[in-house]
Design a protein around this ligand. Sequence first.
Ligand code: IMP
Ligand code: MG
Length: 188
Amino acid sequence: MNYGAGGYPMQVHDVKEILIDKHTIAKRVDELVDDIAAGPSGNLIVVGILKGSFVFLADLMRSFHRHDIHPRIDFLTLSSYGSGSTSSGEVEIIHDIREDISGANVLLVDDILDTGRTLSATKKRLLARGAKSIRTCVLLDKKARRAVEFEADHAGFSIDDHFVVGYGLDYNNLYRELPHIAKVSFHD
Ligand code: IMP
Ligand code: MG
């Protein structure tokens, strides 16, 4: 076992295999925003789940410009994955949003829908604060891994059960800077 920059145990691995390239991502982001813009867009607030959503969310936000839509923006920090690549199952708010979402149309954004625990718990919490509507949007959807019943309203790509990084997604907080989505290959 090796230890990464943050002191977490890291398996020997590489991130050479590109699963989704940056041009394919860019095209899909615009399509997602076209779909989102066709729904309720008045009093729209985009809420990103940190850290994984920040790259995706930045591209989504710029794409709204094509529709002359001006969303407010806020962020939530949760902890569900302590470190590494396995879920602990607990969803805890570490840093909450500051914006008032009562009466707002909320677009809740995450990088990837995996077990579904993060988005289903977060959506419930935000609905309890009086949002008019909450739609969820993820770049990636790993349907085979679902532990709770949950589907995103907008999903960029369905992928098989591989651990992936890049475009905001990480392995032990590394590789978020990759402009594409890459598979993590673990070696013995
Ligand atoms: P869920 O609650 O299991 O749906 O977890 C979603 C969260 O797990 C995402 O916000 C990611 O932080 C993390 N996650 C799940 N799969 C991956 C992956 O393949 N790469 C990186 N992070 C992942
Ligand atoms: Mg995350």
